[in-house]
Design a protein around this ligand. Structure first.
Ligand SMILES: [Zn+2]
Length: 233
């Protein structure tokens, strides 16, 4: 299991803004089964319950791809990010986009093939890491998709044979993004469009346009609460 940021039903101490890592929001069943509800990268924030007046969450948040992030104590966040602020407004719209992503995943998990879902997951990762290459454990990918490892292994072989990816010993390389998009279900595009619509002046502006270094959320954080942040690596 990867590093856990939040455990179920525990007090949320910090909110996190990943800058180039990826964090997964997952749900764990009683018998240890695990499935991903959403991923958060540099377009968003982990700790939405704090924004909405809560103190804990039912699911877990785990680091999916290690990277940099900034974090802020939850009580300072509540004090500084007030409802009249631009950052608060941006984060509410981000929350709506995140809800769309989660609800689309409900449809996707029930109605689309493992291959399509795997392509979607890889595209989402690719959008958020600043490289065509990232480390990805096969067991973890299987967990995130809620399927058995041999199933994921079979899909990875198919995608590799078609020249879309290169995958060996936990190292994933995206070779042909366009074909990966073509092999994916519509869910990826629907969610991406919603992020762009809701956050066109902010968070998702630079999402997936080949220049992932700047985005509205970061600018807003810097303007409003920069001195309250702790930088993590
Ligand atoms: Zn789908």
């Amino acid at each position: 299991m990867k590093q856990s940021i939040y455990a179920p039903n525990q007090l949320i101490e910090y909110v996190y803004f990943p800058t180039d890592g990826i964090i997964s929001l997952v749900n764990v069943t009683k018998n240890g089964g695990i499935v991903e509800a959403a991923t958060v990268g540099n377009e968003g924030m982990v700790g939405i319950p704090v924004l909405l007046g809560g103190d804990e969450m039912v699911g877990q948040a785990i680091v999916q791809v290690a990277g940099d992030a900034v974090r802020m104590k939850a009580d300072i966040f509540k004090r500084e990010v007030t409802p009249d602020s631009t950052l608060h407004n941006l984060l509410l719209r981000y929350t709506l986009a995140l809800m769309t992503s989660i609800s689309q995943s409900v449809a996707c998990n029930s109605l689309h093939s493992v291959k399509q879902r795997c392509c979607r997951w890889l595209l989402i990762c690719h959008d958020r890491v600043k490289s065509d290459y990232f480390e990805l454990n096969q067991e973890f990918l299987a967990q995130m998709l809620g399927v058995q490892r041999p199933t994921v292994s079979g899909v990875a072989i198919t995608l590799q044979q078609a020249g879309l990816i290169r995958y060996s010993r936990g190292k994933m390389t995206i070779c042909d993004r366009r074909s990966l998009e073509a092999a994916c279900c519509e869910c990826y595009g629907i969610v991406k469009q919603e992020f762009e619509r809701l956050l066109k002046d902010g968070v998702a502006q630079k999402w997936n346009d080949g220049n992932r270094n700047g985005f509205g959320l970061e600018a807003q954080i810097q303007q409003q609460v920069n001195d309250q942040l702790e930088h993590l690596h």
